[in-house]
Design a protein around this ligand. Structure first.
Ligand code: SF4
Length: 363
């Protein structure tokens, strides 16, 4: 599953609560980068990690990346130019890098790593106060099926496909008894539609036969369902049941490596390593923040470093485009002024200026 989600059923109440508070949260978050820089100084001092660069920069390189002086200059330029470049109404200002903190992950102490990781999460929470699961769903069954369908495709495509599926087969019993050829036709836009048809019908049969037609709310039960691994299980637990979970998808894996939170490459080990850096209660929102940042700014091929609000905290700054104007053009979804992935996004997203995705076939 390329993507993930949250906000549902029993824990939907919780999501709705959170959603309602989002605008207030938004109003409190002026100048996140400034805040990052301000925070970096004492923490870095305490842990011997980061030093905020204002003028001259100590000659300390970060891996193969741009030299600190270059980074500082680029960031300074980014701050100036960002004020000039007025993109079409991004939900929140995409980013303005005012100061760059030089931090040396090599040799970073465990305490410093925890501080830096949590600071990144806090900054991302300021940038994406409306972060939410990007799969449309109304109950745990829909979220489970949508998450299975999201493998090898975008959440947008899944969201454009599932309305027809759930209108025709609203319950596990309905889908378990479905004619596979009819389901295949509905799922065709998602790609791998034959395999996915088999998965969701098999999944629905297991739910019907083994769990009384209900999606179980425990990890050990969820992973027994055909086609459901830990990632899918945590998406469902975190977002439909309000139980903390880390969703290690492709974005999550890429970003935590760039941030040097862990050197692990196995998803289960990444989950354990990153989980150890944060309180459990942060896990679900952390997953949203990281994945949202990966989709909007820190892309696989061309990360928009010059428009990245957490550049001061990132050891991989310079891996992507550092020119602020060019970086702005790389931004996706609401950060670039475009629609999101959900056809029915939460109200907080709409209130912040986000646009719903168009239905299948719309221009
Ligand atoms: S690699 Fe670039 S875009 Fe990604 S988090 Fe670091 S500074 Fe931001």
């Amino acid at each position: 599953m390329g993507e993930h989600a949250s906000g549902g059923s029993s824990k939907r109440g919780k999501s709705a609560k959170k959603t309602a508070s989002a605008p207030e949260k938004t109003s409190q978050r002026a100048a996140p980068v400034k805040k990052a820089a301000e925070e970096a100084a004492p923490a870095g001092k305490a842990a011997g990690e980061a030093a905020v660069v204002k003028k001259a920069v100590p000659a300390r390189s970060v891996g193969k990346k741009a030299a600190p002086a270059k980074r500082a200059a680029a960031a300074k330029g980014a701050a100036k130019k960002a004020a000039v470049v007025k993109k079409a109404a991004p939900v929140k200002k995409a980013a303005s890098v005012k100061k760059i903190a030089v931090r040396p992950p090599a040799g970073e102490s465990p305490t410093a790593l925890v501080r830096r990781a949590r600071r990144i999460n806090r900054e991302l929470a300021e940038v994406y106060p409306y972060a939410h699961p990007e799969l449309d769903f109304e109950n745990p069954f829909q979220l489970l099926v949508a998450t299975v369908l999201s493998a090898q495709t975008t959440d947008l495509r899944v969201n454009q496909t599932t309305p027809a599926l759930f209108a025709r087969y609203p319950t596990p019993e309905d889908l378990a008894a479905a004619n596979p050829e009819e389901v295949e036709e509905i799922l065709r836009p998602c790609g791998f539609f034959r395999a996915k048809t088999k998965s969701v019908i098999g999944l629905s049969r297991a739910l019907t036969e083994d769990f009384g037609g209900e999606v179980p709310g425990k990890l050990e039960d969820l992973v027994k369902l055909p086609g459901v691994g830990r990632k899918t299980a945590f998406v469902v637990l975190g977002n439909a049941f309000g139980r903390p979970g880390i969703t290690v998808d492709t974005h999550f894996q890429r970003l935590v490596r760039r941030w040097q939170w862990t050197e692990e490459t196995d998803p289960d080990k990444i989950e354990a390593a990153v989980g150890a850096l944060f309180p459990k209660s942060d896990w679900t929102d952390l997953s949203h923040h990281v994945i949202w940042h990966g989709r909007r700014i820190c892309h696989a091929r061309k990360p928009a470093c010059g428009a990245c609000p957490i550049a001061p905290l990132c050891p991989a700054y310079g891996e992507g485009e550092t020119d602020p104007e060019k970086a702005q053009k790389l931004l996706k979804y609401e950060k670039g002024g475009f629609p999101g992935q959900r056809l029915k996004p939460p109200q907080a997203y709409l209130d912040a200026g986000g646009k719903p995705a168009p239905p299948l076939g719309a221009a």
